[in-house]
Design a protein around this ligand. Structure first.
Ligand SMILES: Nc1ncnc2c1ncn2[C@@H]1O[C@H](COP(=O)(O)OP(=O)(O)O)[C@@H](O)[C@H]1O
Ligand SMILES: [Mg+2]
Length: 317
């Protein structure tokens, strides 16, 4: 699909990266990888570290389109997408509404629940009393996590009642909204989405308690199994279920859907990332590679949807 475009078709591209979320450092790596790939594709691209003056900077730069490489609140929650809409700059990935819904895990889960996409039951807990109540309701182990942010920050697997106060505090320190859901001991998968295509399923295996920050970015012991060990039929089923989980939230362009499976093989969707990492350890590039799509092509493919998407609000001016 991208073969029909020339570098000139893309005009001047700004790669938005950095920002002020807990995932700033990861975003800078993601953004620079993307910027370098665009340059290797002969596209006129510059990077912009997103700070309070982002609107002024964009007005000066006047880019033809933006590649959003920001993770977490501010970049993945609809904020930057809203600003770009106002400035009439087309951008990669999902629109305002889809970003807002996916960054707040509980909103995604409510939509999935209603539409029959498998996800774990959850409770929003405002204080430690509510957390204790949820622990008694679900039974141990449970997962205590902030309802937004990413990179596993603030998440604890609670196996003993006396771990709960610290787990609650840790999650609440990241975000006022804290959720609790049952903990699934079993397998973990992630499915990248490129346009309307679900990429091959990746199984994630770590010797750590779970796929935490260390396992994601610093550990060499994490295994990414792709092609995964599901039968071709099962894998195909999961790919298209993940695509549906992505699309019912209104997501588009690209993204990654995280899920766990219990020992019986039942799937439970955890969340959608509308701006997945593009670091050397990242998963969308790994899955794309298995399909024969290298990093540079992947970046171009994601950017190419900005040529056809109509997310920019048209006015009569
Ligand atoms: N309910 C759960 N059961 C088992 N593991 C979980 C559960 N929730 C989260 N995890 C583990 O924590 C990791 C991060 O959780 P996730 O909801 O995807 O948040 P993040 O936005 O931080 O990636 C997952 O990749 C998984 O390893
Ligand atoms: Mg995740």
């Amino acid at each position: 699909m991208i073969d029909k475009y020339t570098p000139e078709d893309f005009g001047n591209v700004v790669v938005l990266m950095g920002g002020n979320s807990a995932e700033r450092e990861i975003s800078l790596v993601t953004g620079n990888n993307i910027l370098n790939a665009l340059k290797r594709n002969n596209i006129n691209a510059v990077g912009l570290d997103v700070q309070d003056d982002v609107a002024e900077k964009l007005l000066q730069l006047k880019p033809d389109r933006a590649f959003i490489a920001l993770h977490g609140p501010g970049g993945e929650d609809g904020s930057i997408q809203g600003l770009l809409n106002y400035l009439k700059i087309p951008y990669t990935g999902s629109d305002v509404a889809a970003c807002a819904v996916t960054l707040e895990k509980t909103y995604s889960k409510l939509i999935w629940e209603v539409l029959g996409i498998p996800t774990l039951p959850f409770r929003l807990v405002n204080d430690i009393e509510a957390a204790i109540d949820a622990m008694q309701y679900f039974g141990l182990p449970i997962c205590v996590k902030p309802t937004n942010d990413g990179s596993s920050v603030g998440i604890t697997k609670v196996t003993e009642p006396d771990q709960l106060p610290e787990a609650f505090k840790k999650a609440a320190d990241y975000n006022k909204r804290v959720m609790i859901e049952p903990w699934i001991d079993g397998l973990e998968y992630t499915v990248g989405i490129l346009g309307d295509t679900p990429l091959p399923v990746i199984e994630i295996r770590t010797p750590r308690t779970f796929y935490d920050f260390e396992a994601k970015y610093n550990e060499e012991t994490t295994l990414y199994i792709c092609p995964c060990e599901l039968s071709a039929e099962k894998e195909n089923e999961l790919r298209y279920l993940a695509l549906r989980a992505f699309q019912v939230l209104g997501c588009s362009g690209w993204g990654r859907v995280d899920l766990v499976a219990n020992r019986a093989g039942d799937y439970f969707f955890l969340e959608v990332n509308t701006v997945p990492g593009m670091t050397d350890h990242s998963l969308v590039p790994k899955a794309a590679d298995v399909m024969g799509i290298n990093f540079d092509r992947l970046v171009l493919e994601i950017l190419s949807y900005t040529l056809t998407s109509n997310v920019v609000v048209e006015t009569n001016s």
